[in-house]
Design a protein around this ligand. Sequence first.
Ligand code: BGC
Length: 831
Amino acid sequence: MAGPEAGTEAAGDAALDAALDAAGDAALEAAVEAALGKLDLDAKARLLAGQDMWSLPALPEIGLESLVMSDGPIGVRGVRWTSGDPSVALPSPTALAATWDPELARRAGVLLAQEARRKGVHVLLAPTVNLHRSPLGGRHFEAYSEDPYLTGRIGTGYVRGVQSGGVGTTVKHFVANDAETDRFTVNNLVSERALRELYLAPFEAIVENAHPWGIMTAYNTVNGTSMTEHRYLVNEVLRGEWGFDGYNVSDWMAARDTVAAVEGGLDVAMPGPRTIFGQALAQAVRDGKAEESTVDGAVRNVLRLAARVGILEGARPAVTELPDTVGGEALAREIARRAFVLVRNEDRALPLRPDTTVALIGAAARDARVLGGGSAVVFPARVVSPLDGLTAALPDGSLSYAVGADPNTELAVADKGFELRALCRDEAGTLIGTGAAPTGEINWMGSDLPDGVTHDTLHTVELTGTFTPRESGPHVFGIKGTGAFTLTVDGTTYFDDVQRPADDGDPFESFFGTPQPHAETELTAGQPVEISLTFVVTLPAGIPFKAVVFALTYQEPQHDPDELIAEAVAAARAADTAVVVVATTERVESEGFDRKNLRLPGRQDDLVHAVAAANPNTVVVVNSGSPVEMPWRDEVAAVLLSWFPGQEGGAALADVLTGAHEPGGRLPTTWGSLADAPVTQVVPADGELPYTEGVFIGYRAWEKANRTPVHPFGHGLGYTDWAYESVAVEGSTLTVRIRNTGERTGREVVQVYLAPADTAPAPDRPVRWLAGFAGAEAGPGETVDVTVDLPRRAFEIWDEADRRWSFVKGSYEIQVGRSIADRRITATINV
Ligand code: BGC
């Protein structure tokens, strides 16, 4: 039973080795050269520009199929942005990192490659390996960690997994895209040392250990140069120093200058059809402003990618033998429970006693929030909510449910209770086609229109059908999108006007913008009413492709918040245990904006205070992708962080609450209050965001400031206990003996921190940093030896004067334990 986990990201994997071999495959390079030689300048320039939202043009003359890309990172959405084309939704990247298990990340990658193939996708727009610099970062949930080493290890496992399935990755967003405010224009001022030791480090580790076939350059500017034009970081560092041989795709609409971009190492400008490459690039060459040989280099990178993913005729794909099929639901559930972090468990409140009665409370317990917003959204075929999961797992009659507090203050896309379809008409009002509308959201991009419909003929889209309420009361209907709309509910027209965009400058406003309420009407539970929303098609401004984007939105009857809390308190009193699920919303954690604070939205904090006062056995499940403040933490028996747990989250939650499995996660990022957090700034001043903290982010900053966070980096409890018995050092290899001193089998994550032991180490080094980790399983009473190799890089700092890595000799204390704050044993190493 006892055993360290053999499967690191370097575990034997035939398909992967084949993929890596292929990197140097002379035959592949020859095929690329042969194809390149047959292309004229115009064809070459065309290949470097998106033909639509997600793909590059096919070039039949060289046997090249169209290369298709798709987001990423928790699933593969495919080229259609609709729940009509479902995808497996895995837990958020923060959750994957909380497993501290690169092998599990690799298995996630294998599943994603399988999903990509099913959807005809060749390249996944993932993983996101920016760092958790400030807890306010809006896309924090989409990145792994505040620590570059942990990020690099998880990202390496992920990329190796995806590519072992013959699908490419684009490690993103290169580099320093760590917040969202003014993301298209912000100039992040980052010292060379912070870049090397923190922000570039995960990219470097992944290039070295996983050989990614692609990279995505970020929207932002770094030290005065836009990342899509950053010749130094792309051509010199990424390609030159690290030997990256994949393709470099711009973030969507990030590329602005034809010559600067091609010279700065950008290979592909996305999306299309209007881009800075294509014709504009051919013209720049003709005008003598760009070299054709530079264009050739970019084309070579794209053709090499095409060869690897198997769409260039005559070239052997990198992977010829696919990995075994993976069960998506089972894997999503396994990752979720392995990611849940139990940060507090007083008197072993968890797992629940077998005969306990449970009051389940919280809006997100019923309408689960399983993923973060923005381009990371995928549409799963099913979602297991905590209510579904616990209903299935607990004996009949032992579970009650109350909403308690609903943080969703705005309308959501029409979904449950709606039966809709989309009628497409031409200018004369003649029906020209009908589209599926599994929800109230229409996102038809490029040529993805219903059969028989073209942009030239399409004039209006009417979403029409019925809505059957699940409760009686005043229901609100509204619209997301910009343009002319007519909204009719149950025979009454409530809106017949133009809805204008909010003026926040993000071109994806029509996709992610705020829904506006327009109709409020009393409806009776179970009685269907007719609904119609007509949109006079106007294409969203400021984006280079055609898209029909709008949504019918909806909100259930709102209840008096005090009454909701009182109901929950009554339910909590009547049960042995109260399980309260608190959550952030899509308005809090998404793309295109940052967070303003770390508070739970709505009355959720009041709810937990009240329930905890009514029932000492209160367990709080925090359903958020990134840190939130928990002012009630000391009042409750247990706190379990579930992240955005993916489509099977509720089933996984039942697994760990009932004790069928232990929660396996450890914090990949420090949790503290905003007031105490040392690095928070995400709002640029005069277009600039100086990273004044240098190399001190995350725990490095908390320790420097001598502040104690609420929950330290690496923290997480299981259902057993561990003793750290010994550590032996041989060269740079540590052997750590741990013993399971509890009563059930468990998995431990052994964490190794390195602390300069000399009194006067290099002046501005952190107190300690993560240098290695490994997982191991053991049964009750068993010991297990875990080996951890310390990488050379753990002892190096970036020397800004000499612009090179410098190995810092001296004496270090190796500190081994359960978190950065719970260090159990030490050893000294002199290097
Ligand atoms: C995001 C990328 C994403 C791309 C395509 C951008 O707005 O920053 O992460 O891959 O859109 O959806």
